[in-house]
Design a protein around this ligand. Structure first.
Ligand SMILES: [Zn+2]
Length: 326
C-alpha cells in the first residue's frame, strides 16, 4: 500500500513522504496514537516504500512482491505476547540486525511500550549504534510508558484520531456500508471516536444486539425499584471494553432524551427509537438529564482508573432512577 493511499493521517503521511523523497530516513521512528487510527497500516506502508526498488511501493518489483507475500528478508516484525516484549526477542533482533548489506533491514516493533525494562535497555544499546541501513519502527498507544532514553532517539510521528468523514471513507472500503440503515452507520461512526479499529468492532452484529438490550434497560429504569436496579448492575462483568461501549451508548441515549426535551430532533442519534425517546423524555426534568449526562462522562473517565465496574454501574443506574420526576 502506498502512503498516498492512507486516509485521514495527512500530517504523518506528508512527513514520511518527505523523508523518503529527500532520502533522509531516520534510524528509528516512534508511531504514537490511539488504537485503530492507522499506525500499523502506515508503518507497513513505510516498510513497503523502503524495500521497493524505486522507493514507491510500486507493487510490481520483486521486492514489493516478496513483501506482499510476507517473505521479504529485509523485514521483521516483533510482537508482544499478551503482556510483554521479552529480552530474548530483542537478543534475537540484535543477532539478525548485524547481517546488513546495501539493503534496508527494517524492524517493526508493535506495542513497543510492552518491552520489559531488561528488553528496553538491551534495545537501547542497538539504538545507540544503529547499522547504516537499519530502521526501527516502534508503534505504541502509550508514549508515556516508553523509556525517555528510547524516545529521545526516535523520530516521533503522532497519529491523531480520524475525522468522522475519514472513518466513513475507510469503513466503506472494508464493509458493505449500504447493508445497514444510515442511522446505524452514523451511530457506529460517532461511537468509534475516530478509530477505524473501534468502528469495525462495532460493525459486528453483537454490538447492535447489545445496543438493543441497553436501550431496553434504560427505558425500564423509571419504573424499577432500588433492589431491581442493584440486581441489574450485577449483570455487568469486569470487561472494560464492553462497559466503555455500554457507557457510550448510555451517553448517547441521555443526550437524545435531552435533545428531544428541547425539540432539537435533528441532533438525535437513535432515530429508530424516536417514539420511546419522546415518551421517556417527559419523565425527566431537563436538569436531571444534564446531571446524568455529566455523570456518565465522569464514569467513562473513572473507568480508566481501575474503579470496579459494578460499583460504577450500580451508582449510575441509581442516579438514573433518582432523576425521574416524582
Ligand atoms: Zn516496488
Amino acid at each position: 500500500m502506498r502512503l498516498s493511499d492512507i486516509i485521514g493521517q495527512e500530517v504523518a503521511v506528508k512527513t514520511l513522504e518527505h523523508s523518503i523523497k529527500k532520502g533522509k530516513i531516520s534510524h528509528a521512528y516512534l508511531f504514537d496514537g490511539e488504537n485503530g487510527v492507522g499506525k500499523e497500516t502506515t508503518a507497513l506502508s513505510l516498510v513497503n516504500h523502503l524495500l521497493c526498488e524505486s522507493k514507491s511501493a510500486c507493487g510490481q518489483c520483486p521486492d514489493c512482491l516478496k513483501f506482499e507475500r510476507g517473505n521479504h528478508p529485509g523485514f521483521r516484525l516483533i510482537d508482544s505476547d499478551s503482556t510483554s516484549i521479552k529480552i530474548d526477542q530483542i537478543r534475537d533482533l540484535k543477532e539478525k540486525a548485524q547481517f546488513i548489506n546495501d539493503h534496508y533491514m527494517i524492524w517493526l516493533i508493535k506495542d513497543a511500550h510492552k518491552m520489559t525494562l531488561q528488553a528496553a535497555n538491551s534495545f537501547l544499546k542497538l539504538l545507540e549504534e544503529p547499522g547504516r541501513m537499519t530502521v526501527f519502527i516502534l508503534v505504541t498507544n502509550n508514549l508515556r510508558q516508553i523509556l525517555p532514553t528510547i524516545r529521545s532517539r526516535c523520530q516521533v510521528i503522532s497519529f491523531s484520531r480520524l475525522s468522522d468523514e475519514s472513518v466513513h471513507q475507510i469503513l466503506s472500503s472494508k464493509v458493505d456500508i449500504d447493508s445497514r440503515p444510515e442511522n446505524t452507520v452514523n451511530l457506529i461512526i460517532k461511537m468509534s471516536r475516530g478509530s477505524i479499529g473501534k468502528a469495525l468492532e462495532l460493525w459486528d452484529i453483537p454490538f447492535l444486539e447489545r445496543r438493543k438490550w441497553i436501550i431496553e434497560q434504560l427505558i425500564n429504569i423509571p419504573s424499577m425499584r432500588g433492589p431491581e436496579i442493584l440486581g441489574l448492575s450485577q449483570k455487568w462483568i469486569e470487561d472494560r471494553s464492553v462497559v466503555e461501549t455500554d457507557l457510550e451508548l448510555m451517553l448517547q441515549w441521555y443526550r437524545d432524551l435531552w435533545c428531544t426535551k428541547i425539540d432539537a430532533n435533528e441532533w438525535i442519534f437513535n432515530m429508530d427509537y424516536q417514539n420511546e425517546l419522546s415518551g421517556l423524555s417527559k419523565k425527566y426534568p431537563l436538569a436531571s438529564l444534564e446531571q446524568i449526562t455529566t455523570l456518565i462522562m465522569e464514569m467513562i473517565v473513572q473507568l480508566q482508573r481501575n474503579v470496579r465496574v459494578r460499583f460504577i454501574m450500580g451508582y449510575l443506574l441509581l442516579q438514573m432512577r433518582k432523576g425521574v420526576l416524582a
